[in-house]
Design a protein around this ligand. Structure first.
Ligand code: ZN
Length: 71
């Protein structure tokens, strides 16, 4: 997976889903970080996101990259 803004390879940061203790533990997707956006060094527009350099995907649609953090 590459950053759509700067082309840098995205780093897998975390996964998300219904993973709190009272939930069923289903993983819904993954959180990715562009190293350039996360560093805020003016080399990637993703640093303007609410969470700098963050993208996420859903497990049922892994080629569809969304910006920021999942709600
Ligand atoms: Zn980038």
């Amino acid at each position: 997976m590459e950053c759509p803004y700067c082309g840098e390879e995205l780093e897998h940061h975390d996964s998300f889903g219904r993973v709190a203790s009272h939930q069923d533990g289903k993983v819904l997707g993954d959180i990715w970080k562009c190293p350039n956006g996360a560093e805020q060094n003016d080399s990637c527009d993703s640093e303007m996101f609410s969470v700098s350099g963050s993208f996420y995907t859903y497990r049922n649609r892994e080629d569809y990259l969304l910006e920021g953090y999942p709600c």
